[in-house]
Structures are given as C-alpha cells and as structure tokens.
Ligand binder design. Structure first.
Ligand code: ZN
Length: 473
C-alpha cells in the first residue's frame, strides 16, 4: 500500500511509513469524562476507527491506545456540583462514553489506560524534565511544577507559533510561574480539593496536569517513538503542542505523524458543552440507527467540518437504506454460498486510491454508491455474475467503513433495528386505544393503557409530530 496522509506537523500530505513493518502504533486522545457525551465527541473515534480498519484491510496490525482522562479540574468541579465523589463521577461518564462509542460500531482500542493509573510514569517524566532543565517546581512552594517554555527552542513547532506570540497557559489559579505561558505538569494539592484527588510526589501531594498524562501513557504503551498521534482539531494547541514539547524535551522521539479531525458544528459553531449547542448520541441513534449516524460522521472528509442537521442525518439513513436494499435484493437472488474471505483486490482500484489519498472518504463512498447502482442494473438484467461481483465489492467497502450490518459490532443493534417497526406498530395501536378512551372520557381504560406501557418499561412522550416512545432506563 502507499498510504498518503496529511501530517499536521509538516502541514502537507506525506507518504506514510510505519516505524516497524506491518505494525502501526496510534495514540488517540480520549475523552475527559466530566459529563455525558454528545455527537461532537464521537467524531474522532469514528474517523480513526475507519483509519484503523483501512490499515488492517491493507494487512497491518494496528496498536491503538486511547486514554481516559479521569482526573482534571473540570471533573472535580462537576463532581462537586453533582454531589458525588470525583472518582464515581468520572467512572459514570467513562461508562456513558463507552456505550456511546459502541452504539456507533467503534471497535474497542487495543488498550484504554486511565490517567489515575499512571501517576508514577508521569512523576518519572516530570523528574526527567526537571533534571534536563526544562521544568521547575514553583518558587512559592505551592507544590506546582511547570514546564519552562523558554528553555525549549522547539516549543510551538507543531502549530507554527513563536512563544512570544502565544497566549498565557490556562491553568486554573496559577502559582509561582516564571512565564505566564509555562504550563502545569503537576498541581500541588489545594485544601479545598478532596484528598483522594491527590497522590504523593517528590513535590508533595498533588495531581497531574492534563498534558503530561498523554505523554506518559503514550510512552508507556507505544514506546518513546510511535507512528501516529491523533485527536480533534481543538487539541492541537495547547494540548498536543505541550505533549510534544514535554516528550521531546525529555529525550523521546514521540509521534512521527500528527492527524487532526475537524469538528462537528451546529449553526457554524463547534459543538461543545460550554456553548450549550450539543446533541445527544442516544437520541440520534434511536431516531436514525447507529449505522446511519456512523455514516453521517464517516462520510465527509475527516478534515472537513460536519454541520449537524436533521436533513443530513436523514440523508445518511436514506443512503444506507439504498445500500442495504441492494444487498437484500442481491441476497434473494444469489442464493449460493459466497466467500467471506474474498481477495481484497476485489474492492477495486478507485476505492483503494481514494482511501490511500489521505482517507478521501467522499470519493470512496461515491465508488460504493456506483457499485450499488451497477449491482442493481446487473440484477435488473439478470446478469448474476456482475451482480455477484458488485455485492462482494460493496460488502468489502462497507467493512472498511465499519458499516457491515452483519459484523459483530452491530449484532445487538440490528436485532433492535429489526424489531423497532414492530414495536412502533404495537405501541401506536395501544396509543390509539388510549386516545379513543380519552375521547369518550373513559379515564379508567385510558389509564389502563398507560399502566400497561409503563409495566413494559416504555416511556411515551407527546411531541408535535405525535407520541414518541422510548425505553425507560
Ligand atoms: Zn492527549
């Protein structure tokens, strides 16, 4: 394969070569588990799941590490607001994120390390930085330790900035910094914070800064030098710039390529909790199905923004229905056993060239739709050989996109997708009975219907487009 990728550090498309032949190591920044996931959080995992599948399709083994940031200023603040211990708060949302990723067919990574499980590795790294003259404990004895940005000439190289032009680091309550742009590696314990959120260190009890977590975990699992560091565009600065500085200043090679996915936007603005313009993952999956939501996220190029709209999600669902209907139609005619382990070249040069060209998924999808169209034409003409070839090709393409309905990751989803119309019909009939009972003022009968639905664990909401049901959890 000759995969070409846009490397954010070099700011150009370059040929990808893995460090070790046949093995690709990827570190992807995972969520800070402070609150419920929204659709914007899903994009990087879906985009890089497609990259992983494409690399595996080409015969590479992929070692993907995605961290969980389970200690952080925001987690402590949100946990205090919610009246829960911070660790229970973080675990609750770690679980919610895992469910959300699973609902979009994202394969679990090779490993998912938690920040709190790697404090010794972070301390080791900070000690190395102090020893080499690139970090210092705050002079005010607060227990904070900062990275000295002026000591590292390459600081700013990832995003092409000069230190003099940079904004101060956004550390809450900075204490004893030499330069406002120095960022925290270690934060001394504050009396107002729970003692459980602090660990012993050479600088007294405290907790790690955000950036050091990723450097330590990437180094532990992928080695001093690894292939790809990935994440959302918003992480380029300061997070990735700081990760790069810390790791290289400590003498590590760190990432050989940097990849950043663009945002999901709403009315042109980045989707974010703080802007209050978020959309619930479970609601979108319930309405359109996990595969359609995945297609909506994976279809556009990973470096282009995706604007959230009902129309775009509905369009993805319709596209998927066209593909599925061809596969069903072909399945009804082509009753012969078909080879699941087909030659990979059957996927076709056009699709391969698109994916090798910095994951040009829109072009690859166009090839898939053309294949479906050709397959339908072949079925119309009774040309079973061509229909068989088109089915195989479409199936291979779907697998690369992680959209093969028969793959294990969709096993639960497809069962409930199949049942949904049936349940919709039954619930609709019951609601109609309730409406009729109400109309004739037979309150006992209306209540009986409501109680039956409740007993079955179904929650009914009256919406402008009629009643909508969901499972109570
Ligand atoms: Zn990170």
């Amino acid at each position: 394969m000759s995969l070409h990728l846009y490397d954010s550090a070099r700011r150009e498309i370059v040929e990808f070569q893995s460090l070790e032949p046949g093995l690709v190591s990827i570190y992807l920044c995972g969520p800070t588990v402070q609150s419920a996931p929204h659709l914007g959080h899903m994009r990087s995992r879906v985009n890089f799941d497609v990259l992983r599948r494409w690399l595996e399709f080409a015969g590479h083994e992929v070692r993907l590490v995605v961290n969980v940031t389970d200690i952080d200023d925001k987690i402590l603040a949100k946990a205090a607001e919610a009246g829960r211990p911070w660790w229970a708060h973080a675990y609750l949302f770690e679980d919610a994120f895992r469910d959300a990723f699973r609902s979009l067919g994202v394969q679990p990574p090779s490993y998912e390390p938690r920040a709190t499980g790697h404090i010794p590795e972070m301390i080791e790294l900070i000690e190395a930085l102090i020893e080499r003259g690139h970090a210092y404990p705050a002079a005010d004895e607060s227990g904070d330790v900062y990275f000295d940005v002026n000591s590292w000439a390459d600081y700013g190289s990832l995003t092409g900035q000069r230190v003099a032009d940079m904004a101060p680091a956004e550390d809450a309550d900075p204490r004893g910094k030499r330069d406002p742009r120095d960022f925290a590696l270690w934060k001394g314990h504050k009396p107002a914070e729970p003692v459980t959120a602090s660990w012993p260190s050479p600088w007294g009890r405290g907790r790690p800064g955000w950036h050091i977590e990723c450097s330590a975990m990437a180094g532990k699992y992928l080695g001093d030098t690894f292939d790809i560091h990935a994440g959302g565009l918003d992480l380029r600065f300061p997070h990735h710039e700081n990760e790069l500085a810390q790791s290289t200043a400590a003498g590590r090679g760190f990432a050989r390529y940097w990849m950043h996915n663009a945002w999901v936007t709403m009315a042109g603005e980045k989707m974010s909790k703080s802007l209050g313009n978020t959309a619930d993952v479970a609601a979108a999956v319930a309405k359109y199905g996990g595969r359609a939501v995945r297609l909506w996220l994976a279809g556009p190029h990973y470096r282009s923004a995706i604007e959230l709209s009902e129309a775009a999600l509905a369009e993805a669902a319709a596209q998927l229905a066209r593909i599925d209907s061809f596969l069903e139609r072909a399945g009804a005619v082509l009753t012969d056993e078909w080879v699941a382990y087909a030659p990979l070249t059957a996927i076709g040069g056009e699709f391969t060239a698109a994916m090798d060209d910095d994951l040009a998924t829109p072009t690859a999808l166009a090839a898939l739709f053309r294949t479906v169209k050709e397959g339908n034409v072949a079925l119309d003409a009774g040309d079973l050989e061509s229909a068989r070839a088109a089915r195989l090709k479409a199936w291979l393409m779907l697998r690369v996109f992680g959209l093969d309905a028969n793959a294990p990751e969709w096993a639960d989803a497809s069962a409930s997708d199949d049942l949904k119309p049936v349940v919709d019909g039954l619930v609709g009939a019951l609601l109609e009975q309730r409406a009729q009972a109400r109309a004739r003022k037979d309150w006992a009968a209306a209540d009986a219907v409501r109680d039956t639905l409740k007993k079955l664990g179904l929650k009914v909401e009256d919406t402008p487009s009629g009643p909508r049901w969901s499972l109570e959890n």
